[in-house]
Design a binder for this molecule. Structure first.
Ligand code: NOJ
Length: 719
């Protein structure tokens, strides 16, 4: 600490401001020239500022990181190493299934393993910080960034958030293959109105606290070292200037002492929001809220000095922010070794290694959700002929948006996976149509249907292309594009032994497939080994392990649709078509097509009677809820046993059910196991009407069930 304090004392104000600046690598001087060109000028960067820039994002690989750091150290008068940050969202070079798919595994140990693998690859490429996990709760599948989240449930997101942070950081950051996690986007970015990216968020403190904050909090409690405020406004205040979020909650209530880094150009965007008139005012507001580093917008380098000279920002404020950055650098050992784990050789050895590919293959199978199966899956490996049709039959772009250094050419397509699985079968492929959203061309449909008709089995690979979800990629209509709907109709009519393989970054509205397809296996965007994982699942070498972390609606108009909604004063009690004067649609059910927690596999499970150890408890007591689950099918398999609760009457209305625990168990065929959950006062707490967390006495209902669709069958009381 003394070392850092001494260093701080030596720093000029410009050098301090440099530490609070993050730039794209393309803006840095690799050669020791003092030339500042257009893009740098636009951000108000002087040659001195560039020399003492504190951190970098978006750089190429180990070699380029090493060159940049070296050039920087030669220029920076105090030789303070830069921090290198990247969006390591679901892999680095080896790409794992998208986070929404990882949420569906309900397997935090597996998630942790995958994240650690990505951390190691990233560290070898010179990455010091991952802009991950993204823990925005998501309810609206129109939003493209749902693919980055682990879903619609606060409890599951919190467990996944912890797993991501532990996977990235472990408990021992001094090992160079672990990298700090940056929790984002704080807060409630996932509630963008109408699912349109960057759009307004407005919500009550109650909704914020109950649903949106728990996952960020869990990740911070797990030790995450950075936090990134979101782009959106909440109640009219942009997050990067939101004192309530960044000071009252994050720093004061939660005791977060790490680095807060703005999102890309978010400080400048405050002008565009209409929150400040000038960048100078923006810099002041962000500083006051406690944003330490500005990512790529130039307000800090241009105006912080002036603000200090005018006495609007104090030197103590600057020093606090700088110290947080220096402490992070010190924690990473950068003063001793500014290159840390970066090595072109290690990078090469690790990227898409056999070990990491095998882990992707396993994760993709565990994340895949079997939405429907009339018995066609798994296919027999004895089939003589296979037709693989649809725009994703040979597509290698199935790794998903935000895939860091990942490359399509590293990925295994479905056709490649099936060919490797069945080397002797006669395999034909036909694209049928494109995956473009606005395309109307159906001229290839007949040929694809013919191919399907002529084969023993057909695999229909449809869905959404990887660049149709992710940042900036909202959709107003999340049904299948017209040509893919026509293709599905024709192929399903041509061959009754057809399984649909769905590739998507979001839940899609696919009621027509739900009706007509004998089987639907949702692969999400499965990553580098997607095609091999699909082949394992299709031919029974693996069983689908996923349960939905986000509900699939019947129609886009249902969005946002989520299981933990309120009851309303007029709930729908009968068929939507005949009900009246109740909370319903005239043309669509209220419930989703496939609900949160739902997923089939190749065996079946039966749940016995749910037993409670008592029918009432005191606040310092507990109740054990248990159920015996039996594998009643013909194969071994995994089940996710889910605990749902409802607080029937409370000072603020509670949802119809809430996930409060889950256990993923593996049962051999015919095997039974008792699964138990402990309910304590903590399980029953919520953000109450008086603005405190706590439980309230009264009746609770409960279920131990295979999905959120199950009714709550048992009750108990809290005295
Ligand atoms: C903008 C995105 O919102 C954020 O998630 C990401 O980390 C930054 N850009 C940096 O790429």
């Amino acid at each position: 600490m003394k070392k850092l304090e001494n260093l701080l004392k030596k720093m000029s104000l410009d050098q301090k401001i440099g530490q609070l600046l993050q730039l794209n690598s393309s803006l840095l001087n690799r050669e020791k020239t003092n030339i500042v060109t257009g893009p740098q000028q636009k951000l108000g960067l002087t040659p001195e500022m560039l020399q003492c820039c504190g951190s970098v994002l978006n750089f190429d690989c180990a070699e380029s990181m090493i060159a940049l750091q070296k050039a920087h150290l030669e220029q920076d008068p105090l030789g303070i190493p830069m921090l290198f940050m990247m969006d390591v969202i679901h892999g680095c070079r080896t790409i794992f299934p998208i986070p929404l798919a990882m949420g569906c595994t309900f397997d935090t140990e597996l998630v942790k393993k995958c994240v650690t693998m990505s951390a190691k690859e990233a560290a070898a490429s010179g990455v010091h910080v991952a802009f991950s996990p993204m823990l925005d709760l998501v309810r609206d599948a129109r939003w493209g960034r749902v693919m980055e989240s682990t879903g619609e449930d606060p409890y599951l997101n919190a467990r996944m958030g912890e797993a991501f942070v532990k996977g990235f950081q472990s408990d021992i950051l001094d090992r160079p293959e672990y990298i700090p996690a940056c929790v984002k986007h704080f807060a409630a970015y996932g509630a963008a109105e109408a699912g349109r990216d960057y759009n307004t968020v407005d919500m009550s403190e109650h909704v914020l606290r109950e649903y949106y904050l728990p996952a960020y909090k869990a990740a911070i409690d797990a030790g995450a070292l950075l936090v990134m405020p979101s782009f959106n406004t909440i109640g009219g205040t942009p997050s990067v200037a939101n004192k309530h979020l960044l000071r009252d909650i994050l720093r004061d209530e939660w005791g977060f002492d790490g680095v807060v880094i703005s999102d890309y150009a978010a400080i400048r965007e405050m002008r565009v929001h209409g929150y400040v008139e000038t960048d100078k005012e923006g810099a002041l507001k962000a500083m006051e809220a406690g944003c330490d580093i500005e990512m790529m917008s130039g307000a800090y380098p241009k105006h912080l000095k002036e603000l200090v000279e005018e006495g609007k920002v104090s030197m103590e404020q600057i020093d606090r922010a700088v110290m947080r950055v220096l402490r992070l650098k010190d924690k990473l050992g950068l003063f001793e070794n500014p290159y840390r784990y970066a090595s072109a050789i290690t990078e090469k050895v690790l990227s898409t290694s056999f070990e990491s590919r095998s882990l992707v293959r396993k994760a993709a199978a565990e994340a895949a959700v079997l939405l429907k199966n009339d018995g066609v899956l798994p296919f027999s490996k004895d089939v003589k002929s296979v037709a693989i049709v649809g725009p994703f039959a040979e597509e290698k772009g199935i790794k998903g948006f935000w895939s860091c250094y990942g490359k399509d050419e590293d990925c295994v397509s479905v056709a490649e996976g099936v060919r490797a699985k069945l080397p002797d079968a006669d395999i034909v492929t036909a694209k049928g149509c494109s995956h473009e959203l606005l395309d109307r061309d159906t001229s290839g449909v007949d040929e694809a249907a013919k191919a399907a008709a002529g084969a023993d089995i057909a695999i229909l690979c449809i869905g959404e292309y990887q660049n149709h979800s992710g940042e900036g990629n909202s959709r107003a209509d999340i049904s299948l594009p017209y040509p893919q709907r026509k293709l599905a109709e024709a192929v399903l009519a041509a061959n009754p032994n057809t399984a649909v393989l769905l590739f998507t970054g979001r839940p899609l509205a696919i009621p027509e497939l739900g009706e007509a397809a004998p089987a639907i296996l949702n692969m999400w965007q499965p990553g580098t080994e997607g095609g091999n994982a699909a082949a394992d699942l299709l031919f029974g070498d693996a069983a689908p392990g996923g349960r939905l972390a986000m509900s699939f609606p019947y129609m886009t108009g249902q969005c946002p649709v989520y299981y933990n909604h309120m009851n309303t004063g007029r709930p729908l009690k009968k068929d939507f078509r005949t009900a009246a004067y109740c909370s319903r649609y005239q043309d669509c059910p209220n419930d989703p097509l496939y609900p949160f927690g739902f997923g089939l596999t190749y065996t079946t499970f039966e749940y016995g009677e749910i037993k409670l150890s008592a029918d009432s408890m005191k606040p310092d007591g507990k109740i054990t809820a248990s159920v015996t689950v039996t594998n009643t099918g013909d194969r071994d398999g995994a089940e996710v046993v889910q605990l749902y609760l409802r607080d029937n009457v409370a000072s603020l209305v509670r949802p119809v059910k809430e996930l409060k625990g889950y256990q993923k168990i593996f049962l051999r065929k015919g095997e039974s196991r008792e699964v138990s959950f402990e309910i304590t006062d903590e399980t029953l707490r919520f953000w109450r009407a008086d603005g405190t967390y706590g439980s309230e006495p009264g009746e609770f209902s409960l279920a131990l069930a295979p999905s959120s669709a199950a009714p709550l069958t048992n009750t108990f009381r809290l005295d």
